[in-house]
Design a protein around this ligand. Structure first.
Ligand SMILES: C[S@@+](CC[C@H](N)C(=O)[O-])C[C@H]1O[C@@H](n2cnc3c(N)ncnc32)[C@H](O)[C@@H]1O
Length: 418
């Protein structure tokens, strides 16, 4: 099923080292979640928060690897479905690697998931596979391993519904500082190695001995290779990989006639995150949204992966235009615990690969957080707060909610649903 545009070395690598390394038995203990493709997140960015997951929803995970996105999506769709099995939400997994597919299938069996179809093949062949079009496509860490990533994105786009969207991830150029020098160095040193396994041993040996000045050694944010051999091969011994800047992503996306709905986490791509000086902010005043994102990326220099949503449509991101009916949905945060912590410190703190984030929150933050249970809309939340304080005006509440929403959403903790 593969075409000659897939490098045999890439296929061999993922047969020998399925990525990421996963043990199906771990499904009994935890669900791996992440971005893109969290259901509440993709609903927010691609469907204005209005998608009903009890209705048919077709997903493709292209280059599904050992199954992280496939399992997360299939489980979340099953949980959202009326029968608890996800008959409405169907996931198709596609990957070149048979070894990776076997691991993903075993993970699905551990969870009794029955809403996944597993296929082996190249995503470049999607236009001729005869599959019905998809509402959502996840393609993470795959396009940058193709000889022609633009051809890959076009192939994905050929099976996307007109009102559908995609969650993509490609490597970030500046955050991977040192990686390509190390890859090149390893190519020089491993010319006499007969197998990938031998190259892995050589790499491990080298990494213990590199001088402190080495650029890869000096990049503290790239640590994937420490997890296992599969991660080490993927990072340092790949035969085909490239990294992107924001303008290069714009070029990639527009080549398939798609638009960027948002980068994740949005705060990383906002200039204000890094530029607090008003004179410097003024210097950037004339820049458009994407130029600002490009400057933010250069300033931070630590974005090693770009996660982003794309669509054919414009304006697919949920907003606060229908204030009364909007439901705020916290992602993987317990409202009670969050509320208790905000009572002590009304600041949203985070650390994004060395950049400290401190976002001030409004007076009502703790009380709002407590009521963000994914069911209550803003009128419900306001009514409860008004019972506690009869003088609370709707406008005051809305102003404070907006500040709360912008802070939590910018860090990818809060989405909107209608
Ligand atoms: C780095 S892994 C990413 C796996 C998964 N998407 C994830 O994020 O965990 C890249 C995967 O893409 C697959 N792949 C590479 N080129 C492909 C192609 N042309 N068609 C389908 N799968 C491909 C590889 O076999 C491998 O499993």
């Amino acid at each position: 099923m593969t075409t000659n545009t897939v490098q045999p070395e890439v296929q061999d690598q993922y047969e020998a080292y399925p990525y990421p390394s996963r043990d199906p038995k771990d499904e009994r203990k935890r669900l791996i979640t992440g971005s893109p493709s969290n259901l509440a997140e993709l609903n927010h960015y691609l469907f204005a928060g209005k998608r009903d997951f009890t209705k048919p929803f077709r997903v493709l995970v292209a280059g599904g690897g050992t199954g992280d996105a496939t399992i997360m999506l299939a489980q979340q769709l099953a949980d959202a479905s009326i029968d608890g099995k996800g008959v409405a939400g169907q996931v198709t997994y596609l990957d070149l690697s048979i070894a990776s597919r076997k691991i993903a299938e075993a993970r699905a069996r551990e969870r009794d998931l029955t809403n996944i179809t597993f296929l082996n093949g190249s995503l470049l062949d999607l236009p001729k596979l005869g599959l019905d079009p998809f509402d959502y496509i996840d393609c993470c860490g795959v396009l940058h391993h193709l000889n022609e990533p633009k051809d890959g994105l076009k192939a994905l786009s050929s099976v996307l519904k007109d009102d559908g969207g995609m969650g993509l991830m490609v490597y970030g150029k500046y955050g991977r500082e040192g990686v390509y020098e190390m890859q090149s160095l390893l190519r020089d040193l491993s010319q006499n190695c007969d197998s990938l396994a031998e190259k892995v041993m050589l790499t491990r040996r080298l990494l213990e001995k590199v001088p402190a000045s080495n650029s890869f050694h000096r990049n503290p944010f790239v640590i994937d290779h420490k997890a296992s051999d599969a991660e080490l091969v993927d990072l340092l011994l790949h035969s085909c990989d490239r990294a992107y800047t924001v303008p290069e992503i714009e070029d990639l996306v527009s080549s398939a006639k798609l638009n960027i709905a948002s980068f994740i986490e949005p705060v990383r791509y906002q200039l204000e995150t890094y530029l607090k000086d008003t004179k410097l902010q003024q210097a950037a005043a004339g820049l458009g949204k994407m130029q600002r994102a490009a400057v933010a990326e250069k300033l931070a220099s630590n974005i090693k992966l770009h996660v982003f949503y794309v669509t054919r449509q414009q304006e697919t991101v949920a907003d606060l235009s229908s204030l009364k009916t909007v439901v705020p949905v916290l992602r993987e945060m317990d409202p009670d615990q969050l509320s208790a912590s905000l009572k002590k410190t009304p600041i949203l703190k985070s650390n994004l690969d060395g950049v400290a984030i401190n976002l001030p929150l409004p007076r009502l933050a703790s009380a709002i957080a407590k009521r963000c249970d994914g069911q209550k809309n803003l009128i419900d939340i306001y009514s409860e707060l008004k019972e506690l304080d009869a003088r609370l005006e709707w406008d005051t509440f809305v102003q404070q909610f907006e500040v709360f929403f912008r802070a939590f959403n910018s860090l990818n903790h809060l989405f909107l649903r209608y």
